[in-house]
Design a protein around this ligand. Structure first.
Ligand code: NOJ
Length: 508
């Protein structure tokens, strides 16, 4: 039997480059900053990094509005800087994924500039243009994401037609029904694959294929942005073609898709028959499930029930650059620690969001410093590297730090073996050493109220995982030696049969 691809047993670490580390001293994170910190990621033990967008962009949506898919924005550095990261990361056994944004471009992308120039532009059909409705209004009732319900259409006065933008007006949607768009976007993937990039996080996958009739959304759903409702069947052929592009390269390149579906749709279909995405983020459930045993048990069971029968491999993620951090959502460091055990001991590929290993909360961003049209500044605060003022940032960073940076920074927590940072490192080491944790089977076990328990097995290798979601001690029978405990208590000793409040353990 061929061995499982690397991404099944990997831990992926998401870097939000604007906020990771500043190598140029302008207050904004960049690629030189990332490169200088690769040793920290190797020390932590991650297998891959995913860089949120670093392509040329006017930054209306902080890089999710791309003006050139084949170049690095000068804010972040140069193509040579990226090549250097890839080389240095690979030398440390760390793979590099980029964030690819195929649903829309920037309105400054030359393709769109040309498209809007005239109705007869050869690139007119690269985007979704429609005549006004009979009353002169937008062609349908779709609403855009960000900034309250507003139409997903903007009128271009010069040519008298509306263009579709399921996000900001500065992010016009590409028309993936157009074969020239498909070819041009495939070429952008090949550009990076040729440079040794190991895969892509694919933005707004569920938005790619649109119903060609562009029918109104049901009136009761109109307050929900159309992007979260889209999920059109034509997306699957688009994904199969993307998969063929990526699979033509050696080295198990990977596609992990952002699939954000509301109203009870299934994410499983985005794996296709093993011929679409390799991995799927189940959003928003993945990052919104509350700190509650019954909810997590149901979620774990749901993921297993939907993915195991089709041989699809799950992902687990608690935080990203779009949602309040789980430390903030769950409300305490004890819970954030237990959540780290949960994230790293479930069957699937875990994705860490830079800063969660420090137990960072969201920053409180005063209105005067708010910059994101989507209100997501708090989870995008800069990473504090040192205790000293400035925290390793040579200039005032573009966003304020999260609370307690003098205590909650990489240097201080690295010096403290009882810190959450060391907990993450121990968990990553435990995964690396255990086939059961990395890629084994998983069985949920009965457990007292407030506790979720499961077993991981691979051949003779076996682990039991217990997570106490309550703020009281709970007796919970299980046998084994405590390999990792979220609070560090009892590691290396036999499990004594009781979980402390908000404690999680891995038993061997
Ligand atoms: C999802 C990205 O994660 C988010 O940051 C972005 O604003 C939207 N897609 C639009 O590209």
């Amino acid at each position: 039997m061929p061995s499982a691809p690397w991404w099944r047993s990997a831990v992926v670490y998401q870097i939000y480059p604007l906020s990771f580390a500043d190598g140029s001293g302008d207050g904004v994170g960049d690629l030189r900053g990332v490169r200088a910190r690769l040793d920290h990621l190797a020390w932590l033990g991650v297998d891959a990094v995913w860089l949120s967008p670093i392509f040329r962009s006017p930054m209306a949506d902080f890089g999710y509005d791309v003006a050139d898919y084949c170049d690095v924005d000068p804010l972040f550095g140069s193509l040579a800087d990226l090549d250097a990261i890839v080389a240095d990361a690979h030398a440390r056994g760390i793979r590099v994924l980029l964030d690819w944004v195929p649903n829309h471009t920037s309105d400054r992308h030359p393709w769109f500039v040309e498209s809007r120039a005239s109705r007869s532009s050869p690139r007119r059909g690269w985007y979704v243009w429609r005549d006004p409705a009979p009353d002169g209004g937008p062609p349908n009732n779709w609403t855009a994401a960000f900034g309250g319900p507003s139409p997903a259409w903007t009128l271009d006065r010069a040519t008298g037609q509306y263009y579709l933008h399921t996000f900001l007006p500065a992010q016009p949607d590409l028309d993936w029904r157009n074969p020239d768009v498909v070819a041009a976007m495939h070429a952008t993937l090949r550009f990076w694959l040729d440079r040794g990039i190991d895969g892509f996080r694919v933005d707004v996958v569920h938005g790619l294929g649109k119903d060609p009739a562009l029918p109104d959304d049901p009136p009761e759903l109109v307050p929900i942005p159309h992007a979260a409702l889209n999920d059109h069947e034509s997306t699957h052929a688009i994904l199969r073609a993307l998969r063929r592009v990526v699979d033509a390269y050696p080295g198990e390149r990977v596609l992990v898709g952002e699939v954000y579906l509301l109203v009870g749709k299934t994410h499983a279909s985005y794996y296709g028959r093993g011929d679409e995405l390799h991995l799927v983020f189940e959003l928003p459930a993945a990052v919104l499930t509350p700190w509650d045993a019954a909810e997590w048990r149901a979620r774990i069971a749901h993921v297993a029930a939907t993915l195991e029968p089709i041989g699809a491999w799950p992902t687990w993620v608690l935080s990203n650059h779009d949602t309040p951090r789980h430390r903030t959502r769950f409300g305490s460091e004890a819970r954030a620690r237990a959540a780290a055990v949960l994230l790293l001991a479930l069957r699937g590929t875990p994705f860490l969001y830079a800063g969660e290993e420090l137990g960072l909360e969201d920053a409180v961003v005063p209105l005067a410093r708010a910059v994101d049209p989507g209100g997501r500044d708090g989870c995008r605060a800069p990473i504090p590297w040192t205790p000293a003022p400035g925290h390793g940032w040579p200039a005032e960073p573009w966003l304020p730090f999260a609370p307690e940076p003098a205590r909650r920074n990489v240097e201080t927590l690295r010096a403290d073996p009882s810190s959450i940072l060391h907990l993450y490192r121990r968990l990553l080491a435990a995964r690396r050493a255990s086939p059961a944790l990395r890629a084994g089977d998983q069985t949920l076990r009965p457990a007292p109220d407030g506790v979720v328990a499961w077993e991981r097995t691979a051949g003779t290798d076996r682990r039991t995982v217990l997570v106490n979601f309550t703020d009281r001690a709970v007796a919970c029978a299980a046998a084994g030696t405590v390999e990792v405990a979220s609070d560090g208590e009892g590691e290396g000793r036999p499990y004594a049969g009781t979980l402390a409040p908000d404690q999680a353990v891995v038993l061997r």
